[in-house]
Design a protein around this ligand. Structure first.
Ligand SMILES: O=C(O)CCC(=O)C(=O)O
Ligand SMILES: [Fe+2]
Length: 185
């Protein structure tokens, strides 16, 4: 199953690069990331009202392929509306690192888990994460006058360290505080 899900990660990343005409970066992209597979279990809230299982966040990595069992995953659209992912479905998210590498060209959506009832919930995520030492920097093809560089080049592992600091906890978006070049991004 990991083989198929990681294939989906690769297909999505190839489609994204092709859509911007920069598939020449595919090999660099694949070589600069490694996979993390995480299984998650959420205790049942034992309520008939929906309760928060995991607070809203954007993923920090490159791409996440999330496979959920019973319903719970909710995703915020650009207009602010929350939609519910179907039970027993796969959802693909673009994380902050890919957002930065693409110079903000694709949206990285907030998502959360809301649960009700007496059943525990299981989900599995395959996360492509940048390797330590790889500097995430938007390629020159995606930077021009109309699209000035949004984020300073960074090592994902320095961001993770910052993310667990007091300064990050106090900021509205740790990612933007860490590497945004303009305050309005
Ligand atoms: O369990 C879920 O459906 C969401 C998990 C998630 O968003 C994450 O691990 O980043
Ligand atoms: Fe997430």
């Amino acid at each position: 199953m990991v083989e198929q899900v990681s294939e989906l990660d690769r297909v999505v990343r190839r489609m994204i690069l092709e859509s911007f005409g920069i598939e020449k970066y595919m090999e660099e992209h694949m070589n600069s990331t490694k996979y993390l597979l995480r299984a998650m279990k959420y205790k049942p809230p034992n309520t008939s009202e929906k309760k928060l299982g995991s607070r809203d966040h954007t993923d920090k990595n490159i791409v996440t392929v999330l496979c959920q069992g019973i319903q719970g995953l909710e995703i915020q659209l650009k207009n602010g509306e929350w939609i519910t992912a179907k039970p027993h479905s796969l959802t693909v998210f673009i994380g902050d690192s890919l957002f930065a590498w693409l110079n903000g060209r694709l949206h990285t959506p907030y998502h959360r888990v809301m649960m009700k009832g007496n059943e525990p919930r299981y989900s599995f995520g395959l996360f492509s994460n940048p390797k330590k030492g790889y500097i995430i920097k938007a390629p020159e093809e995606l930077v021009d006058e109309e699209h000035p560089l949004m984020f300073k080049p960074f090592d994902f592992h320095d961001f993770l360290r910052f993310f667990h600091s007091d300064a990050a906890r106090k900021s509205q978006s740790a990612f933007h505080t860490f590497c945004a070049l303009h305050s309005n991004t």
